[in-house]
Design a binder for this molecule. Structure first.
Ligand SMILES: [Zn+2]
Length: 208
């Protein structure tokens, strides 16, 4: 999980609540209850059930695919010919999805964040030469954390994997939320759980 600024300036700023809502919408479309772990393989296989919209209202179909890829977990791209956005997982990542490995779940959730939050940017990027497209995931320029595409995708992933509403439900059931508990319950890494819990405890009014 990247905590520094590693993306480019996003078209839009999103509040925590807006990202939480976008993640809730995805969970609702795929019928994942807010207080349970996402099945990452089903999330990946059912990406086509999530509709994403460009600013002008155009709906863009979403798909998952597997590619032979070395040294990368995968990436997201807009396919100009087919007019779809694809999350492409490497074979290793796909095998990890089958094992419900936290890292693979985080990969899909993070990339889905790009699809939902950066739809227009992905489409614009597809008009650029390949070497410039790679810069979407690198190349820091002068912008604030919350304006950063990678920061936003990570915040979305965190909200999707560990919804604030789900954490509240568990609290209401009398469960004590520790990072170990959250990591096990939502099948995420300890690092992701502890980061999320810090945010939930310090800014819960901004999330709900
Ligand atoms: Zn990214």
């Amino acid at each position: 999980m990247s905590k520094g600024l590693s993306g480019v300036r996003a078209d839009q700023k999103f509040s925590y609540r807006a990202m939480e809502r976008a993640a809730t919408y995805v969970r609702e479309q795929l019928r994942f209850p807010a207080h349970e772990a996402i099945d990452p393989l089903r999330l990946f296989e059912d990406l086509h059930q999530i509709s994403i919209r460009q600013q002008d209202g155009t709906v863009i179909p979403l798909r998952g695919g597997v590619i032979a890829l070395e040294g990368s977990e995968g990436y997201t791209r807009y396919d100009r010919d087919r007019r779809i956005i694809e999350i492409l997982a490497s074979e290793v990542t796909y095998a990890r999805l089958e094992d419900a490995h936290p890292r693979a779940a985080y990969f899909v959730a993070h990339e889905l964040g790009h699809c939902v939050l950066h739809t227009d940017q992905l489409a614009r990027l597809a008009q650029m030469p390949t070497n410039q497209q790679a810069a979407f995931h690198r190349g820091r320029t002068g912008h604030k954390p919350y304006e950063d595409t990678e920061w936003q995708a990570n915040a979305f992933a965190s909200a999707l994997l560990m919804p604030a509403a789900g954490l509240v439900t568990l609290e209401d059931e009398g469960l004590e939320l520790s990072s170990l508990f959250v990591a096990r319950r939502f099948r995420v890494s300890n690092e992701a759980a502890s980061y999320r819990l810090d945010l939930f405890q310090s800014r819960r009014r901004d999330l709900l």
